[in-house]
Design a protein around this ligand. Structure first.
Ligand SMILES: Cc1ncc(COP(=O)(O)O)c(C=O)c1O
Ligand SMILES: N[C@@H](CCCC[NH3+])C(=O)O
Length: 465
């Protein structure tokens, strides 16, 4: 578990040296390759950051700030690495909630990913992109009848059911359409991943899934099997949390799921052919985070499943996983312009940028940590303890809580924040009627807007006076 990204147990201030912040890094200009996308570098002559071959100052001029930038090659490379690491005997579902647009859905399809959607909105984006419906998985603890009808009509490959109500609803919809819908059962395996309380999802007291321990999962399986004419039960699904750094939690979850598969075989005489271990693999937001390479993670997860199945005398099910952050997070950065610099003597310097909690709510919501660098130039100035804050009317409107920036940072400078590709644009809001920034994909020296900037007209068109 990363202390830096989600200080779950001890609060951030409790795990850092006196003063509540980490020591200044040795080099404020350096872009650590574990944190920054492959295409981020500093131009040797100007000292400005270049992004996938384009001077970041040009990107700011052309698209304005704040702007989300995605290194397209880096995104595709990570997607491919997941697909290759899991191989042909497993499926990798990209979790669209981390960030989804029509272009992204197309990249995912091209790179051989499956896609996890969890609302009608995400489904609509996938369908607009022409994503093959058979490679879609549909999640959600409260899918509406309309959403389920649309998913069944579209031919969604699997629906991960999450409540008894949903099972009955879905069976009726499939019966009406005369189809047999493939479904999985989302179970809570009772594993509490070491992550922020709000995003750990497999412990018992929460809204997602059917409890294994409490018997609800067994009841869900029995109900689905009773609807066998219209529901085809393919397997069990578990998701234990997010921003997780080791496979221990997955091991326990896999053990419990496979135990359940053995009980299902005993009680119903069927061996379910699929097993999904969900997403949740962590990324490096700061130098304190050290995620394992995906090949290593894949090897471990496959080994765990094979071992547990062998022990239970079960055939190896087809494995699937659902990474979101691990594919979409690191290739994305957010570029801001500094508006004001306010030193608070004896405390720190507040640096206000032109965005904030509306484009990145994760710091306010989870105490998440980020790495920020001066982007339009290098600087040899002394490190200055700073807090990068937004422009919202809220004191918790913090982008980077403890940032070391050069003491000569001034209004008009550009700041770039790393690893914002996941759960930033997708969780963006219009708080204070601030407009959502565009998303720009950059590849081989060329930039393309994949989601345009919102305009005041967009917002005012919703307001009927
Ligand atoms: C069911 C499910 N699958 C996959 C994910 C993706 O998680 P992550 O982006 O941490 O990989 C989530 C979100 O946590 C989820 O709820
Ligand atoms: N939104 C969370 C992850 C949520 C996972 C969804 N189940 C984050 O930013 O870290």
């Amino acid at each position: 578990m990363s202390r830096s990204a989600h200080p779950a147990g001890p609060r951030y201030a409790d795990v850092l040296p006196e003063g509540g912040h980490s020591a200044a890094p040795a080099d404020l200009n350096r872009l650590d390759t574990r944190i920054w996308p492959g295409g981020a570098a500093r131009d040797a002559r100007s000292g400005a950051v270049t992004f996938a071959g384009v001077d970041i100052r040009e990107l700011a001029r052309e698209f304005g700030t704040p702007v989300y930038l995605i290194d397209e090659d880096d995104w595709r490379r990570r997607a491919r690495a997941w697909v290759e690491a899991f191989g042909t005997e497993a499926d990798v579902f990209y979790a669209g909630k981390s960030f989804l647009s029509v272009a992204i859905a197309k990249w995912a399809a091209e790179e051989g990913l499956h896609l996890d959607v969890c609302t009608g909105g995400e489904l609509a984006v996938a369908l607009r992109a022409g994503f093959p419906a058979a490679r879609l998985g549909f999640h959600g603890n409260n899918k509406s009848v309309a959403e389920l009808e649309r998913a069944v009509a579209a031919g969604v490959g699997r629906i991960i059911v999450d409540s008894h109500d949903e099972i009955e609803r879905l069976a009726a919809i499939a019966a009406e359409r005369g189809v047999r819908q493939r479904v999985m059962v989302r179970v809570t395996a009772g594993v509490e991943a070491h992550t922020h309380e709000f995003i750990a999802t497999a412990h018992e007291d929460q809204k997602f899934g059917f409890s294994l321990a409490g018997g609800a999962a067994a009841e869900a399986v029995a109900r689905i099997l009773k609807h066998a004419d219209h529901l085809e039960l393919t397997g069990l699904h578990s998701h234990i949390g997010s921003q997780i750094f080791d496979t221990a939690g997955f091991e326990v979850a896999a053990h419990r799921l496979i135990e359940a598969l053995a009980v299902i075989r005993r009680d119903h005489g069927v061996e379910l052919p699929e097993l999904d271990l969900g997403g949740g693999l962590g990324i490096a937001y700061t130098e304190a985070d050290d995620p394992a390479p995906v090949a290593e993670t894949a090897r471990r997860l496959k080994e765990i499943v094979a071992r547990e199945c062998d022990a239970a005398g079960l055939a190896h099910p087809r494995l699937s996983v659902e990474p979101g952050r691990a594919i979409a997070g690191p290739p994305g950065v957010t570029l801001y312009e500094v508006g004001t610099v306010k030193p608070l003597p004896g405390l720190r310097t507040y640096i206000s940028v032109d965005g904030g909690m509306s484009d990145n709510v994760r710091t306010a919501l989870y105490d998440a940590e980020y790495t920020v660098r001066l982007a339009n130039r290098e600087s040899g100035a002394e490190p200055m303890l700073s807090r990068v804050v937004g422009k919202h009317c809220e004191s918790g409107d913090i982008v980077v809580r403890d940032a070391w920036l050069p003491a000569d940072t001034v209004p008009g400078d550009l700041l770039v924040v790393a690893a914002t590709g996941a759960y930033c644009r997708s969780m963006a809001s219009n708080y204070n009627h601030v407009l959502k920034p565009p998303v720009v994909a950059v590849r081989d020296g060329a930039a393309r807007v994949i989601v345009r900037r919102e305009t005041e007209d967009d917002l005012l068109s919703l307001d009927l006076g």
